[in-house]
Design a protein around this ligand. Structure first.
Ligand code: C5P
Length: 217
């Protein structure tokens, strides 16, 4: 009698700059392969929001690390945390090594619990899950990303100025790529997906083909 193979634990890492389409791609991959999904940006956003809500400073590493260590990953409310200004505050909190250490620990625990997960962020393939089965680096030109973010805000009934959003995106890219601890960069073994021309649907098809190939190995 043959013994059925144990289900394989799969981790997929998706990194890239703000508004490149990694969230949409990650959710699609998680649905397709029956995996859990964690948008790790929400963990930095939730830390920044908790500090702001309590009137605490963004630059006190000890306080910020304590807040980060107390976060409950099961209660990250995207609808509240996705505000554009919270992303800006999150990138300030994200430069502090002790904050990163606390959040990376929780993110790794999430990745390790069955049946596996798709994690998206800035340092998943390089730091959080260096042994991920497949790694993607999703990018697009700053203009394309600013336009997408602008249309998303306007589509949700909000108001947005394209030039301001582009300036914010460029500022955030500089902070994320320039920090000392876990800067944004593609892992050496990441597959590059540039969504400027290809669009997110085509990026999903390309990503799925690469994951299928990795699963056959
Ligand atoms: O992806 P999102 O725009 O929500 O991330 C907000 C900020 O959190 C980023 O600009 C970045 O500074 C930080 N972040 C990070 N590492 C991650 C995910 C997000 O430093 N893995």
């Amino acid at each position: 009698m043959s013994v059925p193979a144990a289900p394989r634990h799969i981790v997929i890492a998706v990194d890239g700059p703000a508004a490149a389409g990694k969230g949409t791609l990650s959710r699609r991959l998680a649905d397709h392969y029956g995996l859990r999904h964690l948008d790790t940006g929400l963990t930095y956003r939730a830390t920044a929001k908790a500090l702001a809500d309590r009137g605490l400073p963004f630059d006190d590493e000890e306080i910020a690390a304590t807040i980060a260590a107390d976060l409950d990953l099961g209660h990250l409310d995207r609808s509240v945390l996705s505000a554009h200004e919270i992303g800006e505050a999150a990138s300030k909190v994200a430069v502090m090594p002790r904050v990163r250490k606390a959040l990376v620990e929780a993110q790794r625990a999430f990745a390790l619990s069955p049946p596996g997960a798709v994690l998206d962020g800035r340092d998943i393939g390089t730091v959080v899950c260096p042994d991920a089965l497949v790694k993607f680096y999703v990018t697009a030109s700053p203009q394309t990303r600013a336009r997408r973010r602008h249309d998303e805000i306007v589509g949700n009934g909000g108001q947005a100025d394209l030039a301001t959003i582009l300036a914010d995106i460029e500022k955030r890219d500089a902070r994320d790529t320039g920090r000392t601890d876990s800067p944004l960069r593609p892992a050496a073994d990441a597959h590059l997906l540039d969504t400027t021309e290809m669009g997110i649907e085509a990026a999903f098809d390309a990503a799925r083909a690469l994951v299928d190939t990795a699963l056959e190995r």
